[in-house]
Design a protein around this ligand. Structure first.
Ligand code: 5GP
Ligand code: ZN
Length: 112
């Protein structure tokens, strides 16, 4: 997608601090971290949000969760972490490319 911030990050047109990459997904540290460990995992396929997940493309979501579990062990935060995706403006979504926040490194509070 031409004007999508995260597509530009995936393409390397906008710099980011990369955590992980494979053929299906890209992970990079959030520019405005809400926890000591806070990175985003995005599918390389542009989907505007989790509302665009269908039976045809859902496999990438399972893949992303497997990648997160692997990174949790490798980056040593497997003792506790949160995976969040905001879907739509009412939920606080600001970037319209499906992304999973991975947060760890402190006691996380409750949320709405
Ligand atoms: P959302 O609010 O859509 O769930 O999450 C978007 C996230 O993207 C926010 O946590 C925000 O800090 C992060 N973000 C926005 N622009 C950039 C950027 O240019 N680079 C990086 N690394 N993160 C960004
Ligand atoms: Zn995109």
């Amino acid at each position: 997608m031409n004007d999508c911030l995260f597509c530009k990050i995936i393409a390397g047109d906008i710099p980011s601090k990369k955590v992980y990459e494979d053929e299906l997904c890209f992970a990079f540290y959030d520019i405005s971290p809400m926890a000591p460990m806070h990175f985003l995992v995005v599918p390389k396929l542009h989907l505007a949000s989790c509302a665009e997940i269908t039976a045809d493309n859902a496999a990438v979501v399972g893949h992303i969760f497997a990648v997160i579990a692997k990174l949790a062990k490798e980056l040593d935060f497997a003792d506790g972490y949160r995976v969040v995706t905001n879907c739509g403006e009412l939920a606080g979504q600001t970037v319209k490319h499906l992304h999973f926040h991975v947060l760890s490194g402190k006691q996380l509070g409750s949320f709405d």
